[in-house]
Design a protein around this ligand. Sequence first.
Ligand SMILES: [Fe+2]
Length: 253
Amino acid sequence: MLLVHLSDLHCGAETFSPKMLATAIKEINALKPDVVIITGDVTNSGLFDEYKLAARYIGKLRCSRVLVGSGNHDYEHTGFLLWDHFFPRPEMLVLDEVLIAHLRTARPDRDTGEVGYRQLVWFDEVLRKHEDKFKIVALHHHLVPIPDTGTRPNIVVDAGDALRTLIAGKANLVLCGHKHRPWRLSVDGLPIVHAGSVSCRRLRGFFANSYNIIRVERGSLDVELKIVGGKRISFERVLEGYDAISSEVKPVR
Ligand SMILES: [Fe+2]
């Protein structure tokens, strides 16, 4: 099963690059993924016109399974009232081999995220009900700190509780967005993969727009990073830093 994970489109921002997003969508359509997962911040300020723009771009993805989750920027200016109108798609997919679920961590007018007790209780049951599947959990905010993301809090306020639920429920993969820094790490055997930003020039530590290409085959996992308009590279090289990839990164437009 082929999945594409993208994040942080920031449609409407001064730093939004329509060219990058259009290029990424073209590339993703050519990959013919089984599922596309978007981990939030599809808009920059949660405004009506930004939602329209984001929905127009996301509607260009030629994939029957597009799972769109919200980010803190989408909930600004009462944008949370618009979310279900523009993105009424289900937030959970149960397929033959794989369960994919989005946890809502954005809260109105707050940059900090929270999973919340009730959502965790619900998700604990979901994980146990689907114990035979490869279980992928997507959320906008971080569960653990990653490099190059500044000093402001960016993990969910209940990260400890969330990690306990995901590890005890034997989740197989966590996908995050938020700070526009691709990264990969694992906690007690649970892989956590961060997407960079697909189309926002506000980048950190990794100076190219990118998205992740994920393959799950019979319980095994392979994750690569795709530079928009550029090469596919292994996450090992992403973790090595800018020098390792500088020859493959065109200046950000
Ligand atoms: Fe963002």
